[in-house]
Every structure is written in C-alpha cells, then in structure tokens.
Design a protein around this ligand. Sequence first.
Ligand SMILES: [Zn+2]
Length: 433
Amino acid sequence: MTSACGEPVHNSVIMEVAGLLDACGMAVAPGIVLIEGGRVRAAGRPEEIGGVSPEIPKVQRHDLLVMPGLVNAHTHLDLSGPGPWPPAGADFRGWVGRVRELRSKADAASRRQSIERGIELSLAGGTTLVGDIAGTPPDESIDLLRASPLRGVVYIEFFGIGQGEAAASRAMQAACERWPSCDRGVSLGLSPHAPYSCGPTVFESAADLKRPVVTHLAETQAEVELLRSGTGDLREMLEIDIGVWGDDVGVPGCHPVDAVIAPLQRAGGAAVHGNWLEERHIADLVHAGISLVYCPRASASFGHAPPMLPTHPWQALHAAGGLVALGTDSLLCLDTPDRISVLDEMRLLSQRDAIPGDTLLAMATVSGASVLGVDSAKVQIGPEASGLIGCPIGDGFGETPLALLDRVLARQEPPEWVLPPQKVLKQDIPTKF
Ligand SMILES: [Zn+2]
C-alpha cells in the first residue's frame, strides 16, 4: 500500500458506513471515516471528506452504524471464570457465599486466567474503558489491565467493619504508596465495598487518599435494614457466614446513602446500583455531585427491577441532572457468555423501558468516561478516540442516525471493531485524579 507521493501508507482505510453517531455532536448518515495509523483522521458526511489519496483503500460497510468504543463503568473482571450460575435471584446472601468460596479457592494463575478472559470478553463487547473492581490481592488485575488495550480505573476493593476498619484503612494507604495513580492508561482507584461491609472510617480514609472512589450502594433491601437497625439477612451473613460482626460494630441507624454521602462527596466518588434509593436522595446525590453507575442486567438478576421496583431510581436522578453511567457488574450476572458489554445493557433499557437511544449512548460513553475521570475525547468519533465500533443495522441503510441506533438496540449481535483500541505504552492519560 502506498500513498500518492510514494510514501508507505500504514493501516490506512476509508470506510463508507450507514452512519456515524456519538454523544458529542456527530450524527450523520451515511458517513465516511478515514483511519490512518490507528487514528481517526477525518469523519463526517461523504461530501465533507475530500482530498484523500486515491491510493488509500476504500471499504463499503453499509450494514454498520459506527460509534465510539463503549465504557463499562462497573465490572469485576476477576469473576470472569466459571462461577455460580444462574444468578441468585432473591438469595443474595447465598450468592455472596458462593462468590466468596470461589475467590478463596482461586490462586494467582486462576485469577490471571479469569481476568484475561474478562479482558477478552470486554473487548469482544466493544469496550474501550472499564471501571474494574479488583479483589484481593489486586496485583493481577492491575498488571493485566495495564498491559491490555483497555483504559480506565482499577478500583481495589476493601472490606472492614468494627475492629477491621483500621486494617482496611492501612491497606488502602499501602496500596496508594505501592502503585502510581496512573500508568499506561489505567488509574488506580479505591473501592470501600459497601456501607454494610465497610465502617465509616474506611470511607473517610478513601476520601483522604485523593484517588478515584466507588462503592456499591443501596443494592438490596437487606442492606437498608442492616444500616437502619442492625438486623436481617446481611447481619446473619456478616456474623455467621463471615464471622466479622461483633459488639465493636456500630449501627449507623440511618439509610446507607445517609451513612456515606459525606465522605463520598468529599472523594468526588461514584455509587454503583442505587436500587433502593429513597426519593429524597435524588436531590441529595445531585447536590453532592455523586454519580451513579447503573447495572440493569445485574439489578434484574437480583430482583431489583420491574416488577419488584416500578421504576429504578436512575431515571429520577438523570432527570434531576445527575450523572448516570452504565455498568455490567460481573459476568456472573450476565446472559451473554461470549461478551461483557454495556451495549447489551442499552438493549435491555431500550427494549424493556423504551429509553431513548441517544440517552443510552451518552450513558454508555461520555457519562462513563466522566465517572472514570477520563477525557470525553476518548469516546468521541475524532482523533483522540480510543476505539470505534461498528454495529449491525440489518437493512436500515438510508435511515437517520438515531433510527439506525434503534435498529442496533433491537438486535442482539455483538459489535465489531472498526478501529480497535491500542495498547497504551506510556502515561498519556490526563485524568482529574
Ligand atoms: Zn459490583
């Protein structure tokens, strides 16, 4: 392959596609994208792209809508090996027990295998940025993600209630001293697991350390009961199954959101799930600048979706101006064994709840990038894009970009890479952390 001036043209291609769509203003159909040297050099309507060397090969893909690579703002890649299936339904305590057993049996080699599979499945799902929760020890997650083409944040998970709080805080401090905040496109974040498994000083320590912070919040009714009254299924799990509940554990006597909102606000953190928020929390969370990562299929697996909840609170939060991104949670909650993708979360919300496609695309790209502290240019069809996906549209050629997206969301196929994400070789990812 050579250019008009005789210089070699590496990895250059012009693609004519049914449409180009992102959440930053690009919406054309049909569209053309010029990819050169692993980067988007030009994109737009066919008549807008001129002066391209005739030597550059043209590919016609009128069956694809091209969009930015997707952001999975909450996943657990180390749970991508064999695991408890189907998901627990109402038996959250039993499911946690099976996951704990799985993790306790895993050695470094099997953890690596699971994480590598999780990375492969994420890439198969068109993912370019992840918010990954790393179990303990987190070494494999950090090393493998930093060596992969994925970008984002690895949040190390911590547990500690009662007397265990001090050890969790010390471990957080040690992790921050050991790993740089950002390397090869992946930042190091902290995840106090949840308000029922981490005491208040653990959340305060996370906020002190100035790293990205995320926590599971208001996931189950049992969590609300435990925080309010110190009773119920989760109390039994902590006391009997795990053996960490004792007289030294304080009961906050309030809803989980009220228990952690102050340190989470101080950390600029995000909350995952939020299935059992109360109406008053919507304004509180928006005011505190706390974003929400919603995992629709995980919520459905555990019975936190219609008809159990008439509507999930994410819509109220979004309508009030809150930032809401999409996550998948672990592969153990998903019905797509061949991929881990928020495209399938978009499909569920489109098909089940009739959420508009442009809202979903923003949640799956720019909102997710914002939660992870990554520049939205990485999820925009432009020179900084860290990947572009093509999604099958059937025979929709000629329709508007949003009509093409509706077609994508009505189908089930995985996306394909039009421009795969590149491995990040140096510390090139300016983040807010
Ligand atoms: Zn999770």
